[in-house]
Structures are given as C-alpha cells and as structure tokens.
Design a protein around this ligand. Structure first.
Ligand code: AMP
Length: 462
C-alpha cells in the first residue's frame, strides 16, 4: 500500500494547501515516483496514461522549483516564461493549465494557455504582462514567437506532454523549431502513454540522461476499467447504441467514432431518438467544442461523441463509461480511449461495438493489452430498430432547460422488457467497488471527494 503523503515529498506549504483544497490526500504512483526525481533536477522519460495523475506529477515539482522566482511585482520583466509545457491538443492545453492554476493559487506564479483556433490577439496582452508557466500547442506558440509576443530565453524547464500523440499529429518539425529557441541548459520532462521506436528516438534527442519511470505497462489498460465487447452488425450499431443508452441511467457517456462525419451523423441520429447527445470534433469551432464539453461536464449533454483526436485529453472527473462505436485500427488508440474512464482509482466501464469486419482489429487490441475481452452477441430489439424513444420527452425537455432533474421514478413509457444484461444492472457507485476491479484499490478510489457523477445503470426497467 502506498502510504507516502504529499508532505513526505517535501512540497512547499503553499502547494500542499492547494492540494488539500482539491481533495487530494495521497500521491498517485506516478506522482510518488516523478516528484522526487524532478525536484532533484533530473530529466525524465515517463510512461503514463492520462488518468494516472501525470499532470500533477510534473506541475507540482515544477511549481516548487519555480517558487524562488515567484514575484508579486507587476513588472513583466519579473515574470519571464520559465517553464514551457507543450501539448498536442487545445482541450488538453486548457485542462493542463486549469490544473496548474489550481495548484499555484497560493503562490505568485502566473500561468497562461495559448492554442490555435481562437483570435491570437486575445492571448497577446496577457502574454506580454508576463507568465512563468506557459502551456501551449506547438503551432500557436510558433505564431507568438513570430509575432514576438513571447520570449523563451529564460525557460529552465520543458515538458512534452502526450509526446506520442504529438508525433502522431505531425508536430515533430514544430517541436524542433521550438526546442532550438530554448536555452541549452534546462530540465526536460517527457510524458508518453506508449513507448514506440519514434518516442525512444525523440527522448534520445531531447533528454539528457533521463530517469525512466513507468507506472503501468506502457500499453496496459487500467485495472479499474471493466471491458466488454458486443458483436453487432455495422448496420445495427446505431439501434443497438440507442438501446444501450435507453436501457441505462448513464449520465455521462463518451462515444468514440472513427471519423468526424460519423460523429456528427450519430449525434444527430441520437438527438432524434431523444438522447441528449452532441459531437465534439475538429470541424467545430473552438467555441462550439468548449460549449459541448461544458454541457457534458454539467450534465446538459449526457452523450458526447468524438474522434480520437478531438477526445484526446478530455479530463472529466470520474467519467463512468466509454463506448467504442467503432474500434480503432491502431490498437494503442484503444488504450488511450478507455483511459478516459477509471481514472485515479475510480471504476469505469468500456464497451466496444464490434462488427464482423472489425474483428481482426479487436484481435490486435487483445494482443496489445495481453487480455481477452469478454464478448457477447448483441440482441437488437424491434423497438430499437424502429427507433422508438421512450426517454425522448424527458430528454428533450431536459435539453431545453425546462426540466433538468433526472427522474428516478419508473417511466411509464419505458419498454416492457428490453434484452437486459445483468452486467448493466450493477450499480455504479464511484469508488465503492461496483465493478469487480475497483475493489482492488479502495483507498485510491476514496481519495477524491470531487463532484460525483450520478448513478450509472442503476435500475432495471420493469
Ligand atoms: P491526469 O492523469 O493528470 O489527467 O489526472 C487525472 C485526474 O486525477 C484529474 O482529474 C486529477 O484532478 C485527478 N488527480 C490527480 N492527482 C490526484 C491525487 N493525488 N488524488 C486524487 N485525484 C488526483
């Protein structure tokens, strides 16, 4: 059992205070390992998926290292960029910076996030006022460098977060340009969910004698996530998904599709079925994406549909369920996707709808995760095929804001008996071990007294 406390890691009182306020009691394994190494000044190559607490693993020691430079002065000269955190997506950028801000709130250290897709002029004034910690997507950072709105000659710490995804997204040339502008003498931290040959090459180029840490097997799926596959014809997937959603009380479900087109199309189909669904993908404006995410976080939207790139980096507390509407062709993406649930010790469920054509990709996934996933043939009911939507009225009203309370009374219009799987009748109780694997880590599961997500699949319809 991990009995180390944050105080044992020698973090400063002002940082400890914000952690206590955030409800963190115990460091996660990646934090327990990374924090001492970063504090001693080592470069780091860390294998950790999103959901392991990796953001705090680099931001907490970063803040501690920068504390001697904290200044209450308003002069921009007293607030040069000292730490640069590069991330692949805007959503991740926003979330990382939100965390940094929370952890730094009792210090005079300033942070800012810059990403593309929004008017650059809105970011420039704050940047010019000076920030110690800059979180950025590579392209937009280069724009700011060109506009001379930022100077990087005081950077003493660099973090490459989700480095594997940065490479996948073709950021290598941008990264090289940025890295050439940084002081040679600096500390480098690299985080990656997978350890491909390219990642190893990147680490040998940019890191100096890095300490290597890995919290789970690099391609391992979280033990807290219960995985299940439904074998279903492609043409029946929409009806089956609607049936699954209808037969449940899931309040937050993230659904993955392979393409933006399918994401948008599916969102519209589900809306017609009366499900409060929305899509989040790269073709939407930044504002639309932020609004969709916000609506999902506050419960107005219960089903968020996205592609791998769009959903990457979404951090939603205790997201109970992920559904793969289509399974990814790159098996690593499966690991990333289901990393959205079962975070920081909470339990979660990952369901994949697999058509006969997709079965060979499923085999590759199972090979990668070294685990056979429980499979079942989907039974699509007639009601689902004809698109009857017993929950439609409720959801339509809910999305219009007329009735936002979820009713737990039996619904009169509910179908008599859907093909029910007892697996779905298990109550979802965050941290209470409702799924078998969650019971393995009760102390971690109880660690996070954050906003609770309501019950999942709690009631059998009669
Ligand atoms: P990350 O892997 O950085 O995306 O973090 C996943 C989630 O775990 C975030 O919602 C964090 O707020 C939460 N978290 C990080 N560290 C801890 C901790 N020590 N105790 C409880 N929750 C944590």
């Amino acid at each position: 059992m991990n009995t180390i406390s944050f105080a044992d890691l020698k973090l400063a009182p002002e940082i400890l205070k914000s952690l206590t306020e955030s409800g963190y009691t115990t460091p996660t394994p990646i934090q327990a390992q990374a924090i001492p190494l970063v504090l001693e000044g080592s470069d780091l190559m860390a294998g950790a998926q999103t959901g392991t607490g990796k953001t705090a693993a680099f931001s907490l020691p970063m803040l501690q290292m920068l504390l001697p430079h904290a200044s209450s002065s308003t002069s921009p000269a007293r607030h040069p960029v000292r730490a640069l955190i590069l991330v692949p997506t805007r959503e991740l950028a926003i979330q990382v910076e939100e965390s940094v801000k929370v952890y730094a709130k009792h210090t005079h250290l300033r942070s800012l996030v810059v990403f593309g897709g929004v008017d650059i002029k809105t970011q420039t004034p704050t940047l010019k006022r000076g920030v110690e910690i800059l979180v950025a997507t590579p392209g937009r950072l280069l724009d700011h460098i060109e506009m001379k709105s930022v100077q990087l000659n005081q950077v003493q710490m660099l973090v490459l977060d989700e480095a594997d995804r940065m490479l996948d997204m073709g950021f290598m040339p941008d990264l090289k340009r940025i890295l050439a502008l940084l002081p040679k003498q600096r500390q480098n931290l690299m985080f990656s969910a997978t350890f491909s040959a390219e990642i190893k090459k990147l680490s040998s180029e940019f890191l100096t004698r890095p300490k290597l840490i890995e919290v789970a097997r690099s391609n391992a799926t979280s033990e807290n996530v219960t995985q299940k596959v439904y074998l279903v014809e492609q043409a029946d997937k929409h009806a089956f998904l609607a049936q699954l959603l209808r037969g449940s009380d899931a309040t937050q479900v993230l659904v993955f599709t392979k393409t933006k087109l399918t994401a948008g199309h599916l969102a519209r189909q589900l809306q017609r079925d009366g499900v409060a669904a929305d899509a989040i993908h790269g073709d939407k404006t930044q504002l639309e994406r932020m609004q969709a995410l916000e609506a999902f976080k506050n419960g107005k939207v219960t089903v968020l549909i996205g592609t791998d790139v769009a959903a990457r980096g979404l951090d939603i507390d205790q997201l109970p369920m992920v559904i793969n509407y289509e399974i990814p062709h790159a098996p690593e993406d499966y690991v990333h996707r289901i990393g959205r649930t079962g975070r920081a010790g909470a339990s979660g469920a990952a369901i994949s709808l697999v058509s006969p054509e997709e079965e060979r990709y499923l085999a590759e996934i199972e090979k990668l995760i070294k685990h056979e996933i429980q499979k079942e043939k989907a039974v699509v009911t007639h009601a689902a095929k004809t698109g009857r939507a017993p929950r439609g009225e409720h959801h339509e009203r809910a999305t219009r804001g007329e009735h936002t309370e979820r009713t737990h009374a039996p619904r009169a219009s509910a179908p008599k008996k859907t093909s029910h799987d007892p697996w779905f009748d298990k109550p979802y109780e965050p941290g209470a071990g409702s799924f078998p694997a969650a019971a393995k880590q009760p102390e971690q599961a109880a660690e996070k007294p954050k906003k609770q997500v309501a019950a999942l699949f709690v009631r059998k319809q009669s």
